[in-house]
Each structure stands twice: as C-alpha cells, then as structure tokens.
Design a protein around this ligand. Structure first.
Ligand SMILES: C[S@@+](CC[C@H](N)C(=O)[O-])C[C@H]1O[C@@H](n2cnc3c(N)ncnc32)[C@H](O)[C@@H]1O
Length: 283
C-alpha cells in the first residue's frame, strides 16, 4: 500500500487562532463521537448518497475529457469516505485534516478497501499545506473538495484564496457547508423559539456538532462570484429527514428516504432547506 504519511509528528491538537478569540476547530477530541453521530446511521448515508451522485458523475466526465486520472485534494477531510472512493476509482488523492485522530480512522478504512490506493496524507491545518506541498512536485488540483469545513473555520472566507491558488484553471470545487437557514427552520418546527429569539445563541457543549461559524448560502455564493466560479450543480443534503419529528409511512423505509432525499435534493425550493448545501462550481 502506498499510503504516504508525510508527518511523523502530526499537529493533532493544533488550532489556528484568528486575530480575535475565534479559532479553527480540530475534531481530534470528538472523532469517535463524530463518526457515530454523523455517519453511524441514515443521516450519514443520505449525506454520502447526495455527494456521490453530485461528484462522481462530474469527476468521471472530467477524467474522460482530460484522458487521465484526476489530481484531487480533500481539505478538512475527516473520515474522507468520498476521497477514498475516488482513489479506489484510480485517481490520485491528497487527504488533509488538522486532526490526526480523524485521519487515523480514514486510513484504516482506506486500507480495508485496497492497500495500493494512491493517497497522500497530510495531518496539518490546511493553512500549512502550502509548505508541505512545496516539498513535493505537486502541481495544482483538478478537483478540490471541502466538505463541512467552512463552518468550523475562524476565517472561512480566507479558504477561497487557498482554492484559487491550488485549483487548475478549469478545475472544479466541491463545496459542502452547513446551512444556517436549516437551524431556524428546524427550531420553528420544534417550537424552540427561545433559540431563535436569542441571537447570541451558541452551543456551549464541547461535543456539540452545531457549527461555530456558520455562513449563509448568499454569502458563500457572493464569494464564489467574486472568485469567478460558476455553479455547475447545487443540492441540499437532508432536505426533509431531519424535520420529521414523527416517522410515518415511507419514513420507516431507509431506502425510500434516501431515494426521496436524492430526488428533492435537486428541486427548488426544497433543496435550499437542506441541513447542508453542496455546490459544485467551476472556474
Ligand atoms: C465537520 S468535520 C467534516 C469532515 C468531512 N469533510 C465530512 O464532510 O465528513 C470538519 C473537519 O475539519 C477539520 N478541520 C478544522 N479546521 C481545520 C483546518 N484549519 N485545516 C484542516 N482541517 C480542519 C476538523 O478536524 C474536522 O475533521
């Protein structure tokens, strides 16, 4: 297996402080909790089903047009399921996360699939990748994936400059991010008006998976426009699953839920209520 671990001394507990008290959030301390809560059930299956559909069709077309496997980067990769599957499809993949514990889990699942996958692992904040990549003859990437990272960054807009630097001229960006509108809508449905009246609400539980720095879709779209991206496709992830307090009828059939989520993930206006949004954009 040619999994290359570039760091013998991973900066697993590193967090990048911004000018104020804000800091990027490493998932090192909550890797098990994240794996169980986010990917231990139907929620995770829906998330992966939508991302697979959106990304794999596009990456296959891109690879065919270029006549070679793609060079792919996943930043803030966590368990890196999609990146590992892309490596298994023959692409050359660089996987990054600030958390060593998250990448240990990802490596273990990559090894189960195939020991010869072309994956390079960098345990460091994405902000330190420039230095690491400078030691390789790495060029730019055809596809950069950033899934559920934005909302944990103290300075989320800054990652756009990183994408500009490392994406090829006709490369694609797969940006998946938490949708703050879904927080409001879910709390309206659940009657948690106190959380909506309290504009300073912040999850204080250290294990909370409610993001620290959510960014509204309109803001992300304005960044994409300012950085000359065109949206190729956009989807909502979990557009109804999380809003159903009572499971009735089809809700009891997981395959049917995934089928409906896939269908409505692409339809207006439902997709904009997804707990996460996925935008595939091209320069
Ligand atoms: C919500 S998880 C998402 C993981 C994965 N991309 C997914 O969609 O399942 C956010 C990840 O970003 C990582 N992270 C936070 N700040 C980072 C940074 N500055 N550089 C790289 N990774 C970071 C965390 O350690 C965590 O694994």
């Amino acid at each position: 297996m040619t999994i290359k671990h570039q760091d013998s001394q991973p900066d697993s507990n590193l967090s990048i402080p911004a000018e104020n008290d804000r800091a990027d959030r490493s998932f090192d301390a909550i890797a098990d909790h994240f794996e169980k809560k986010v990917y231990g059930g139907l929620k995770g299956e829906i998330r992966l089903a939508v991302l697979r559909r959106d990304i794999f069709e596009y990456s296959a077309q891109m690879s065919e047009a270029l006549g070679r496997p793609l060079r792919i980067l996943d930043v803030g990769a966590g368990l890196a399921q999609i990146a590992i599957e892309l490596a298994a499809q023959g692409h050359s993949v660089v996987i990054n996360d600030i958390s060593a514990n998250m990448l240990e889990k990802a490596k273990a699942s990559a090894e189960k699939i195939d020991k010869k996958l072309n994956i390079t692992w960098y345990v460091c904040p994405y902000q330190a990748l420039e230095e690491k990549l400078a030691h390789t003859k790495a060029e730019k990437f055809d596809l950069i994936m950033s899934h559920a990272l934005l909302e944990w960054l103290a300075e989320p807009a800054a990652v756009m400059d990183f994408f500009d630097q490392y994406l090829t001229d006709d490369g694609a960006l797969s940006l998946c991010f938490y949708n703050p509108a879904s927080f409001d809508y879910r709390n309206l449905i659940m009657g948690n008006f106190n959380l909506l009246d309290n504009t300073d609400y912040k999850a204080d539980n250290k294990k909370s998976l409610t993001p620290n720095y959510p960014v509204a879709k309109e803001e992300v779209q304005s960044w994409l426009k300012a950085h000359d991206y065109q949206t190729v496709r956009s989807s909502g992830l979990r557009v109804f699953h999380d809003y159903a307090p009572l499971k009735r009828g089809g809700h009891n059939d997981p395959d049917a839920v995934i089928r409906m989520e896939l269908r409505y993930s692409q339809l207006e206006p439902y997709k904009w209520l997804g707990r996460y949004l996925h935008i595939l954009a091209k320069r």
